[in-house]
Design a protein around this ligand. Sequence first.
Ligand SMILES: *Cc1c(COP(=O)(O)O)cnc(C)c1O
Length: 401
Amino acid sequence: MVDKEIQLFSPYYRSEECLDEIRECLESGWTGLGYKTITFEKNWCTYTGLSYAHFISSATAGLHLAVKLLKEKHNWQSGDEIITTPLTFVSTNHSILYEHLQPIFADVDEYLCLDPDSVRQKISKKTKAVMFVGLGGNSGQLIEVADICREYGLSLILDAAHMAGTKLFDRHIGSEADVSVFSFHSVKNLPTADGGMICFKDKELDKLVREWTWLGITKDTYQRTSSDSLYKWRYDVENVGFKYHGNSVMAALGIVALRYLESDNDYRKQIAAWYDELIDSSVERVRIAPNCDSSRHLYQILSDKRDELLIALNRQRIYPGVHYTDNTQYRMYAYAKNSCPRATLSCERLLSLPIHLKLTYEDVKRISLAINEFQSHNNIVEVPYRTGLNTNGQTRQQIEA
Ligand SMILES: *Cc1c(COP(=O)(O)O)cnc(C)c1O
C-alpha cells in the first residue's frame, strides 16, 4: 500500500457549525455587509483586545488601504519610501506600489523577520513607514523595530497575515503597530475562505476605512441631520473608494473559526513540539523569538541541500513548501536584487514542513523520519547527487556500498 499524500496546508472547517451560521444569513436574506460582519468584528476585538477591527475581503485589500490612509493622513508624497522585507508574499510589497510609494528592502534576522539594524541603515529623508511581516506567526524583533519607528517618527504597518492568535508578552499581537492586517485566506490559521481584518489604532482611520471599503459611501451627513425614514436611502460619496468589505457569509465562517482559534493553534504548537522532538538536532530550525507565543502558521527548517531534500520528501509523497522567494528576485522588484544577502541565502535554504489540523502524530513521525534519513545519508556521503546518479553514473547505493 502506498503512503497517503501529506500536503503542506489543508484548510479545516467545522461544516455543521458553519452551515448553522450561514443558514441564519440565508434565511434572513442578509448575506452582505453588516449583520454577521459586525458580530465577527466585535468578537475579534474582544478576543484580541485591539480597539478597532474592520472585516475586509482580503489582507491584500487591507494592506492597500493601510498604506493609502496613512499616506493621506500624513501627507506622504508619491516616491516616498517604506522599508519592507523581501521575505514575504508579494501582497505586502504590492500594497506599497499601489500607492506609488517606493519599497526599500531591508534584510531579515535569524527569525526571518526585519532586522532592526538593517532597518536603521535603510532610513533616508524619504522614509515614512516600516512594513513588518510576522513570518509564520513569529514576532521576531517587532518591539525593536517599533522603537526605531518612534525614534524617527515613522509609521509602523504590521502584515499580520500569519499572526491570528500570536501573542507577545501574553498579549495578542497588533497593538505595537499603527495598523495591523490579518489574513483569513483558506490556508491561514483562521480560514473564512477568503477575507481579512484591518485594525487601526486611530479611531478616525477606523471610521474612514469603513467608507473606503464601500466605494467611499458615507451615510453620516443624512443620519446626523435626520432620523426621518424619508432620508434612509440617502448617502453622500466622499471618495473614490473600493469594493473591499467582507460579507456575512464569510464572516459566518470566521465567527465559528474564532471559537476554536486557541485550541487549533494549540494543536499547531503540538505539531511543532513533535517536530522539535523527532527531527534530528543537527537539522537547523527557524526559532521563535523570546516572549513570543507564535500562532505557528509555519514550521520552517533550513538546509544547504534544500532542493534535494524537497525531492526526497516528494518521493515519499510529502509536499512541503517554501516561504518565500526573496521578492528582489522577481522582475517587479529586481531594482533591489541582492541587496539583502541573508534573505537571498535563506530563500535557497528554507523549507516549510506540513502543519495543519488534519495531521496526526504518525504523519509528523513519517515526515520527521524521512528528514532524518535524508540528513544521515547526507552527513555520511559528501558526493552531491540529484537524481540518484552521481557524475560517474553510479547510483547512491553503489556509492555507499
Ligand atoms: C496570505 C498573505 C497575504 C495576503 O493575504 P490575502 O488575504 O490572501 O490577501 C499577505 N501577506 C502575507 C505575509 C501572506 O502570507
